[in-house]
Design a protein. Structure first.
Length: 268
């Protein structure tokens, strides 16, 4: 009886493992195709998906290293845990996307290159931009725990986005719109935040060591408990900012507007 029970158990276990493997294979499936007509692509590494439109139905959690999504409109995309290192997302729209723990190391998210009149993909060079030239649109996106190390987010729109504990080390966010965004406990070491608009921005417990905040607009932002060691606050507007418990060692103060509205060259 014991031997028969063991045989039955082994067979059942093998069946369950087989079904599990089949389920995993089915879940992995072929790479999804997004877009319509001539503007479609397969979501794989280094794919050319520029200008595709596929809103609210894009889901991928695998390796998309080097993919080109220039000016793509994929609102609400679910890219949790996906790898988009070195990807080109200049001018792409991913509003309301889910990017938790995704990786965008050295990704290009700045202003989109000019459109090409032919079927040849435009060069991966940013255009000469005047004021208002927009980069990637990540407004209201959730990217908690994502890795944006070295990413170019010049003129990106991240208004209202959630970036709790995300890593922006060495990232470029020049001219980015961060109004109402949440960067609590994010790592912004050596990040370039020149001319960012961050009214109501949450930077509680964030690491801003050596960050460049020259001419940043941070009215009513929350910087309590943040580490601003050697940060550059030249010309920054900190009106109404909460600096309770912030580390201000070696901060560069020059024509900086303090929380009380006074302008200082020595410290708030």
């Amino acid at each position: 009886m014991i031997r028969r029970a063991l045989v039955t158990f082994t067979a059942a276990t093998g069946l369950l493992l087989g079904l599990s493997a089949l389920g995993s294979a089915a879940h992995a499936g072929p790479a999804p195709v997004i877009g319509t007509g001539d503007r479609n692509c397969v979501l794989t590494k280094h794919a050319n998906c520029r200008d595709v439109v596929h809103k609210w139905r894009v889901e991928h959690h695998g390796n998309l290293t080097g993919i080109r999504l220039t000016r793509a409109k994929i609102h609400g995309a679910d890219l949790r845990g996906a790898i988009l290192d070195g990807a080109n997302l200049r001018g792409a729209v991913l509003r309301h996307a889910h990017l938790h723990e995704a990786s965008f190391v050295n990704a290009k998210m700045g202003p989109a290159p000019r459109r090409s009149g032919s079927n040849v993909a435009p060069r991966d060079q940013p255009p000469v931009c005047t004021y208002g030239c927009e980069g990637i649109d990540l407004g209201f996106t959730i990217s908690n725990g994502a890795n944006f190390t070295g990413a170019d987010l010049t003129n990106a729109m991240l208004n209202g986005s959630q970036n709790y504990t995300s890593n922006f080390t060495n990232a470029t966010l020049v001219g980015a719109e961060l109004d109402g965004a949440d960067f609590q406990a994010a790592n912004l070491t050596n990040a370039n935040l020149t001319r960012v608009s961050g009214e109501g921005l949450t930077l509680m417990q964030a690491n801003l060591t050596n960050a460049n905040l020259t001419s940043a607009y941070l009215v009513n932002a929350r910087l309590n408990g943040a580490n601003l060691t050697r940060a550059n606050l030249t010309g920054a507007d900190l009106t109404g900012v909460d600096l309770t418990g912030a580390i201000l060692t070696g901060v560069i103060w020059s024509q900086t507007t303090c929380p009380d509205g006074t302008v200082t060259n020595t410290g708030c």
